[in-house]
Write a protein that binds this ligand. Structure first.
Ligand code: EPS
Length: 389
């Protein structure tokens, strides 16, 4: 079992969403505003729909923190669903069922398989939990993990690279802007592509359609040797891929050069190793995305994820009704035309969690002071052992 773990709870239109994060060291300074900043970033982004006008996600910390510092115990986080006030008895925990049932399953969503597997009659029993609203709590947890990593000199940032087939041009991307407050409404650092992405989202919305895309998450300041080659489930690349894949609507993940590794010869893929000015090994390229043998190699960790278009279409697709068993048009309530900028923020959060868990595992996590000392001693040992030869 990993030393750092979290679990979320809550339905999209229930009273609130909750998370419990356990395993962070005691004594870590936390800033509530940093959590709320990431919650707002998740809500923003061009292409969001009506729900984001109702919600103003703000965290309540209910345990594990005292006077701005962690206690080492489970941290309980809560975010209210303001929309719950409009749903009242339809989401009541007890009492007779109220309100119309949802029976026309949406292709691409958990609706149909969930109803069959869990033996439900109302698709709402499935969609309330499968909704990407749950990612609110992942972002709150991730924001805390980011603060932890930041205390150790690490940062987690993201950018949107593609929406609906419109691709950012790497030549127009200034990577020094990564992590700065979002400059374009789609989270893309290429301003020309960003405008084209917005036009594509507008066109999709006009046609009652939705768009997916690709985002990239980068971790900087990473120590050498997080994760391990020793066993399959200790490989950090595997843990990162699983964490990214666990985000609603993610269908593809690649690390570093990713799928290009299947096309190019070894001479153009592997990052050659040199000696830096300080005599310590370094690389001039990072096609490995900072991971070799399931371990971080000290370079930036770079991961991309592809998100499919949201399955709630205003021009619904052909489907089936789980009550009448007839062919129908899928249900539609309201939807986001595109949530890729939001997914990038969730990607940062999941990455931050995986990296934080790997740090806790390697350096111990009772107290932040002990952990910092252990990290410093380890880095010194690596350099001393290399230079002594
Ligand atoms: C979301 C809240 C949801 C959707 C979206 C994400 O609100 P509602 O269902 O009330 O419109 O906007 O949900 C989905 C993408 C989905 O597939 O269910 C949020 O807070 O991110």
């Amino acid at each position: 079992m990993t030393m750092l773990r979290f679990m979320t709870a809550g339905e999209s239109h229930g009273p609130c969403l909750t998370a419990i994060l356990e395993g962070l060291p005691a004594g870590l300074k936390l800033d509530e505003a940093a959590i709320n900043r990431d919650l707002s970033r998740r809500q923003a982004g061009y292409g969001r729909g009506g729900r984001m006008k109702i919600e103003h996600d703000e965290v309540k910390v209910l345990s594990g923190v005292r006077f701005g510092r962690t206690l080492g115990g489970p941290i309980t986080l809560q975010v209210a669903n303001h929309d719950h006030a409009n749903w009242g008895a339809r989401m009541a925990a007890f009492g007779e069922p109220e309100g119309p049932m949802v029976t026309a399953a949406r292709p691409g969503h958990a609706d149909l398989t969930g109803v069959l597997k869990y033996e439900r009659e109302d698709v709402r029993d499935i969609l309330e939990r499968s909704s990407a609203r749950e990612t609110t709590m992942r972002v709150a947890v991730g924001a805390i993990c980011k603060e932890f990593l930041q205390a150790l000199g690490m940062s987690v940032v993201s950018q949107v690279l593609e929406i609906g087939g419109v691709k950012a041009d790497p030549a127009r991307i200034d990577r020094s802007q990564l992590g700065q407050p979002d400059t374009t409404e789609v989270g893309c650092l290429d301003p020309i592509a960003a405008e084209q992405m917005k036009e594509a989202i507008d066109a999709a919305r006009r046609e009652g359609d939705t768009l997916g895309g690709v985002f990239e998450v980068t971790v900087r300041g990473v120590p050498i040797g997080l994760g391990s080659h020793i066993q399959w489930d200790r490989r950090l690349d595997a843990q990162i891929a699983a964490a990214m894949m666990s985000i609603q609507a993610i269908k593809g993940v690649e690390i570093g050069a990713g799928f290009a590794c299947g096309e190019l010869p070894g001479s153009q893929i592997h990052d050659e190793v040199f000696l830096g000015e300080d005599g310590f090994p370094c690389r001039k390229t990072n096609r490995a995305g900072g991971l070799e043998g399931g371990m971080t190699n000290g370079e930036e960790v770079v991961v991309r994820a592809a998100m499919k278009p949201i399955p709630t279409l205003m021009q619904p697709l052909h489907s089936v009704d789980v009550a009448s068993h007839e062919e129908v048009s899928a249900c539609k309530e309201r939807s986001d035309a595109c949530a890729v900028p939001a997914a990038a923020v969730v990607g940062e959060a999941m990455m931050a969690y995986v990296m934080a868990a790997a740090v806790c595992e390697k350096f111990g996590s009772d107290s932040i002071c002990d952990l910092k000392k252990a990290l410093r001693a380890y880095n010194e040992r690596l350099r001393k052992a290399w230079c002594a030869r």
